[in-house]
Design a protein around this ligand. Sequence first.
Ligand SMILES: [Mg+2]
Length: 716
Amino acid sequence: MITEWFNDARTRELTLLLDMDGTLIPFAATPEEAVVDGVVVELLQGLTECAHVAVVSGRTEAMLTDVAARLPAVYFVGEHGAWRAEQGHGAPVYLPSVELDELEAALRALAAGAPGAIIERKRCSVCLHWRQVPPGAREALITAAESRVEEWLEVHGDFERLDGVENVEVRHRAVHKGTAVQWMRARFPGARLLAIGDDVTDEDLFASLGPDDLGVAVGHGRRTRARARVDGVPEVRALLGWLRASRLNRAGGPPMPTVYQVGAVSARAPQRLLVVSNRLPAPPARGRHREVGGLASALELALRRHEGVWLGWSGRDRDPGLAIDLDLDAAPPRAHFDYPTGWRTSFYGGFCNRSLWPLMHCMPDRARYVDEEWHAYVEANRAYARLASELVEPDAAVWAQDYHLLLVGQELRQRGHTGRLGMFLHVPFPPKDVFDTMPWARPILTAMLDFDVLGFHTHGWARNFVDCVDQLVGPGRIRPGQIGVFPIGTDPDRFAAAGAAADRADVSGMRLVSGDRKLLLGVDRLDYSKGIPARLEAFARLLELFPQWRGQVSFVQVSVPSRSDVPEYAELRDKVEHLVGRINGSFGEADWVPVRYLYRSYEPDVLAQLYRAADVAIVTPLRDGMNLVAKEFVAAQDPDDPGVMLLSRFAGAAEEMTAALLTNPWHIDGMAADLDVALRMPRDERIARHRQLAEVVWRDTAERWADSFLDKLLTK
Ligand SMILES: [Mg+2]
């Protein structure tokens, strides 16, 4: 097939898209040392006699301007698409991303402590290279850089992370090599494309090619979307030399070098169980430790045990998108795909996060219903179902996760899927009068009934769902055994061990600052459902109503950045910061700052120590599917001197964790009084309550959650 393509290519109009470093010229230790020598210049010049030629590189404008001027017949795309040159003259395509300055500064600070680390800043990206960092210093640098990058990305939704072989890069989403395909195609619409490249950024080239084009990956180490491979740089040069000679009908040219066909990416997985979620967790970077949330690790464990495969969004947007990239060698096997552009705002940011999220959390006044976004939701669910049915046999079991995919069961049935279908809802389910404000309440409920198992965290959420179906769809529609309650948990042993370990610097620092004062702790994703403003008000009220606590307590609120591209979240951030300022201004003393507000994330091990250092955890969401902070806090306590948990009655966790001090986050005075009770609770009572809570936490773990759901799904 590959040989045929090349035979054909000898006579057809052809556009070449060629990566530079690692493709046309061998790798050098630093980008600056990789010289574009006379051989390459001559090769490119020669190719322009018989084809349209574009060099598509990650190199900066400064490193390409000179060579572009020497080769005016060659098109140049630099900085992954942020800069282009035509007829020897370059021009930027995108304005510089000034937001990156902050991240660049942070990465430079980290690099300063690791000899050999290089920071490469481009118009729309910044990259940290550790190729030359000694092995002993690498792990610490990588871990610190990754956590800084992830934190930054959380509030900069227009950027994405790329993991290279020995680097991590953050780049604007719109800037990628695939744009070069569109650019050259627009210039030469009739030409076939041949794209050659060696690294992960070239996958964007390959993904944008059409069925008549050909992608060639250089080297063998990496999974690729290209349909062919060559061994290395010498073979690329030989291939291009052969192509030129044969297109110009020169006799006595070199023979065609070996081009291997890449084993067709089998679209069908042999697995009997498919988990489908909106997004896949990030893949493990090569040979590196990776931190994943409790849910992801529970699902991964269950998938390995049941030999299943996981399908979800890659986190990238690339047109046309929606092509499965199946990695059966990963553990568990993963299948991911790119969103078409537009889905991020209409489907994910739109219907999922601005309609369903507030509705499910019983905040209909925050929900908005836009017809176009509903259509995007239907279209996306249909696409997930199509991909699922391409991936596994029609009788395989499919377990869909959460509110993004409520219609997937129905769509799969319509495609003739006969296997068992399950859905677990990680969010609450609202009462009928609230759910009924959703214009598409009936079609959603009807679609959900096509799942054989519908799982909820609590009996309360399950009851609400049953009520909704009875009243909005009709009685008798729910089949026996269709509804199940599976309270999710955490990995308590891990939090217990981390809590008991020696203090990390962040935590000892905090202890030092709080001194002998009682420590109140809140840890939440910054989301309006978490009730952070109400809890700050309650803390202020505590200081008013019970002035004996002034100077005696410190409240540490950790808010993990989240969805900052949605306007409501930016407003919430302002509101919280304003409240913190007001409280500290009204009550603070020279030697006492009442509230310490930390807008950042912590690794689980540091969190565990914070939990253990706290006297009272304030877990007071206005509404929450479960709330794992509550369970992590309990797991991390010293059983002989445990802290108190003040828990909202409206968190799913409250249904099981009845030994916590339950409070009503809508009642500020009441919460202040409950805080006073928590602060005064005698040790015996704390121990007794903690014992009961620990029983729940060690019983309903993340692992048990996955196993019990799958037991029900896989046995009729
Ligand atoms: Mg390269």
